[in-house]
Design a protein. Structure first.
Length: 629
């Protein structure tokens, strides 16, 4: 068992908003359902900084200004201040014939791209600030881009106009090799119909007064669009902060109104007069930065007032991403996720019980934006024409040691476990049924690597007798079930059971939830047997009808817990190796669907998957990618 020191525990507690789900854990549930949690996250005083209107031109038109921008990034990095880059991908000044994009193949454009990538390494997160941030004859950064009946009535008030410009901006990001993190509308000005074009391309909106609503904190809107589901908005209630006096007045107003997010933006070129270029005795170009600049004062003042600078990712946790749609409507579909093909990305197996068909899909998009277009590749039908039984439970696990996951079915009507071996483009049913000895009616199946040898084993929980049985996998063959009486399982209460490696020792453990009081107890796997952990891992969390999902939320190799409610709220509790610590919440998103967690994009952190049936668009599988840091 891995134990953390007090400092490590504190780090886990304060940063694990940056962590949420990976597959590889399994769950067996007696009942599913719903509660929710706290919306305010862990930090009582959070601040967000956005560096505004940065583009390949204007105040950043020469290489010296780009070097000074790097100096600003260095300072923020040294102060442990994450920041955001409001990036205009194409700068144009029609009156001067100036037109440069971030994807141009010129020396300057290359230097600009290198500068943005440097800012990203220093903790910057780049988002899309329009396409040109102008229209007609206006200059970029000054002009309005989208429709406004007073400020910009000359451009079309159409969603297609907005779609074209969003698509053009994302294409430039793609060609420049920059992942678009968020959308920010130039001057926050667009018609409501044009806002839909932004949401359907990027599921994270970072601006104040979105849809005419002034939010004080981040909000996730579970909007059931025809081609996407939901989006998250993060506001900037403080707006443009230029001086410490501005900051003091705005924070006082914020706190007097009941509190909220201290989110603001700043133009970094205003720091350039405080950054001085000089040549050292070796003839090298150096820069010095006055420590009384406005940005220095702003950062220091926020910290003195007790604010912690965080990134938009720590607030968002997940970003609503692409949809796998177009599947015929059907109520009897289930999803199974696993490493079914070589690589780190997990595939999604869609099991249509009525059609007796298993169809494979794989996420192939590079990022959660753009959302439109084909993000999933159909990998064909991997199994069809076979019915494991109406009460069969499907699980994924490597039973033969080839590091690809096979299918395991527990079928009470057929009398035990059945297997379908992975052939990388299909599943091949294996002959025979593994039948546990004795009466196993009413048993719940579990699976996992209970002895840490890399092969998936089988387990059954017998609730009537209060015992747990394990059949170890020995080179693809399963021995008989060895039963172990466990006092915890003899309690005549409604329990839920989930499996995962909760203490990072390489073996799969069993977490037991008493749903009446929300008490989590642990059965730790030791050499193929189980030992009840003496202390309760968590109290008064996950009770009621919420559905617990085991998952490694921070990518550290130990399994944590997600509690999903039918209202679409996803609560997190992270494992320290000997307890669970409750934390942040994402949503509402995906309400009323069937939840799953899997690492779709291969970054070691699982993403959220929700399947649902809509009268308008049929059977949909929607995703929210993890942006945990």
């Amino acid at each position: 068992m891995i134990k953390l020191g007090k400092v490590q525990q504190l780090i886990v507690f304060t940063i694990f908003l940056s962590c949420l789900i990976t597959g590889g854990c399994t769950a067996t549930l007696e009942k599913a359902g719903a509660p929710a949690g706290d919306e305010n996250g862990l930090f009582l005083r959070q601040a967000l900084l956005r560096l505004e209107d940065i583009g390949p031109g204007g105040q950043y038109q020469d290489e010296e200004s780009l070097q000074k921008l790097k100096v600003v990034a260095d300072y923020l990095h040294q102060e442990s201040v994450p920041f955001h880059i409001s990036l205009i991908p194409r700068m144009t000044v029609p009156a001067k014939g100036y037109d440069v994009s971030i994807a141009d193949r010129t020396h300057y454009a290359g230097e600009f791209r290198a500068t943005i990538k440097y800012l990203e390494r220093m903790g910057g997160i780049a988002g899309v600030h329009g396409y040109t941030h102008q229209s007609n004859g206006d200059a970029s950064g000054l002009g309005f881009e989208f429709y406004h009946r007073v400020k910009n009535p000359a451009v079309p008030d159409s969603i297609q106009y907005a779609r074209n410009r969003v698509a053009a901006s994302l294409e430039l990001f793609e060609r420049a090799g920059i992942a678009p993190a968020f959308w920010e509308t130039p001057h926050y000005t667009a018609s409501l119909k044009q806002c839909q074009a932004f949401e359907e391309q990027i599921g994270l909106i970072y601006e104040d007064n979105y849809h005419g609503i002034n939010f004080a904190r981040q909000h996730t809107i579970d909007y059931p669009g025809r081609e996407y589901r939901g989006y998250t908005t993060v506001p900037t209630p403080l707006g443009y902060v230029n001086t410490t006096r501005d900051m003091t007045i705005m924070i006082d107003q914020l706190e007097n109104s009941g509190g909220g997010l201290a989110s603001f933006f700043y133009h970094p070129f205003k720091e350039f007069r405080y950054i001085h270029k000089w040549i050292n005795e070796k003839g090298e170009t150096c820069y010095s930065y006055d420590n009384d600049s406005p940005l220095h004062q702003l950062v220091n003042s926020f910290k003195q007032k007790g604010y912690t600078f965080v990134s938009i990712y720590s607030l968002a946790m997940f970003v609503p991403a692409q949809r796998l749609g177009g599947l015929p409507a059907g109520e009897r579909r289930e999803l199974v996720a696993g490493i079914f093909e070589p690589g780190d990305r997990k595939g999604i197996l869609v099991w249509d019980r009525d059609a007796r068909q298993w169809e494979m899909f794989r996420y192939t998009a590079r990022w959660y934006a753009p959302r439109r277009g084909k993000a999933f590749e159909g990998r064909g039908t991997w199994l069809e024409g076979w019915d494991p039984g109406s009460e069969a439970v499907a699980m994924a696990g490597d039973i033969n040691g080839d590091r690809l996951e096979d299918l395991i079915f527990y079928s009470p009507s057929r009398g035990g476990f059945l297997f379908a071996e992975n052939r990388q483009n299909r599943f091949e049913l294996l002959n025979g049924i593994f039948t546990p000895a004795g009466d196993t009616g009413g048993c719940l199946p579990l699976h996992g690597d209970f002895n840490g040898d890399g092969l998936y084993d089988l387990a059954l929980i017998d609730r009537r007798e209060g015992r747990l049985g394990i059949a170890l996998n020995k080179s693809g063959e399963f021995g008989g079930f060895a039963w172990q009486n466990i006092e915890l399982l003899k309690e005549k209460k409604l329990h839920r059971y989930i499996t995962g490696d909760f203490n990072s020792d390489g073996s799969t453990d069993v977490a037991v939830l008493d749903t009446e009081i929300g008490r989590w107890s642990m059965l730790l796997a030791i050499g193929g047997n189980f030992e009840a952990f003496a202390e309760t891992w968590l109290e008064q969390w996950g009770s009621g009808d919420s559905l617990p999902i085991p998952a490694d939320v921070n990518g550290d190799g130990s399994c944590d817990i997600i509690a999903y409610s039918s209202a679409g709220r996803w609560q997190v509790a992270v494992s320290t190796g000997y307890s669970f610590v409750p934390g942040g919440e994402f949503g509402p998103w995906g309400g009323g669907g069937s939840p799953l967690a899997a690492d779709l994009n291969g970054d070691k952190k699982s993403d959220l998957i929700i399947s649902s049936v809509s009268r308008q668009s049929g059977y949909n599988i929607d995703t929210a990618l993890s942006v945990m840091e």
